[in-house]
Design a protein around this ligand. Sequence first.
Ligand code: NDP
Length: 400
Amino acid sequence: MGKVLVIGAGGVGTVALNKIAQHPEVFSDVMVASRTLSKCQGLADDVKRRTGTSIKTAAVDADDVQQLVRLFEEYKPDLVVNLALPYQDLTIMDACLECGVNYLDTANYEPRDEAHFEYSWQWAYKDRFEKAGLTAILGCGFDPGVSGVFTAYEAKHRFDEIQYLDIVDCNAGNHGMAFATNFNPEINIREITQKGKYYENGKWIETEPQEIHKPLTYPNIGPRESYLLYHEELESLVKNYPTIRRARFWMTFGQEYLTHLRVIQNIGMARIDEVEYNGMKIVPIQFLKAVLPNPKDLGQNYTGETSIGCRIRGMKDGRETTVYVYNNCSHHEAFLETGAQGVSYTTGVPAMIGAMMFIQGKWKRPGVWNVEEFDPDPFMEQLNKCGLPWHEIVDGDLEL
Ligand code: NDP
């Protein structure tokens, strides 16, 4: 039985809290804290209505270590689940160290003034977490998250050596809006407008944004144009599986989405630096976030499904073999269960399972870890039970 503090009451937080509330046998006491207390209270009321479980609420600015420390000392959680933004990762980890609290997140640290993400900042906490006897679990959403667990599971059960890894992420949903992002718009647009990057023969190869693309066929969906982009789990997976010769990440985008994105960039609305406006300083991408649809509110009319998986090629018992392991998730079913759409669902459910793994002692080891460094089996079992069932196609055509 564990006491959990979730920071962040957005789309992902909504799903994670609904799922946490469905497991009172694991999570004995739950609090949600965010900048805006009214959002936490609204969420707690919604979760109570759906599941009957009561959740405590608090206001906290997670950019401020001292505010976090005060909250942690008062509430005394066993684990903090960070579902705020990547900017808050380090301040929350600092507060965890100061108060002796374990840590889990779904996205790696990004500095605000540079659209750049890598694990080095968080891996640098490894010794301090280890010495304090605390566990930090990094990147426990879907991608990163389940993508790493899928890889670890296949490495354990189906391969002696993984050589080629392609993570494929398709959203074949339709929310009926001209343009909206499926998770925090600022983080999403920063990610997609960056240069692409993939790993081959020990080197990272950079591409222009959306330069490499091809149609890939997704189960139950069909072919969708898929674009190579850099994604953070590639960094930890090639480190933890040194036999990998090539690792890439692909995501589908519709033409309409890409056109909007190009316009947003061309007119300067994707800028992350401050500009002078009416005597004050604003960051264009943050202003854009304020006028775009809130990803949390897309669920109502969202049809279609997501399909995210790993296509892996490697050797087993001296022969080449392939596997495609994937999950499909319906936006509408996610909405009916939690009030949020499929992208929030596919992130919030794994965050809850990671928290469950920690509380149950299955993923508990002092230090800072990526998900693939833990035993994948109990996590895979919970995916099937908690709404994200997975499937495998063995020795099929990977198209890649
Ligand atoms: P939202 O923007 O919907 O929600 C973010 C929440 O964090 C809001 O409640 C916000 O509070 C809160 N927050 C922001 N800044 C602070 C702060 N300084 N102090 C306290 N709370 C703060 O984001 P999402 O729910 O869509 O995404 C949450 C996280 O999940 C992001 O880090 C995202 O990158 C990650 N993610 C990971 C994926 C994966 O597969 N691994 C996929 C999708 C998302 P307020 O409401 O007051 O603004």
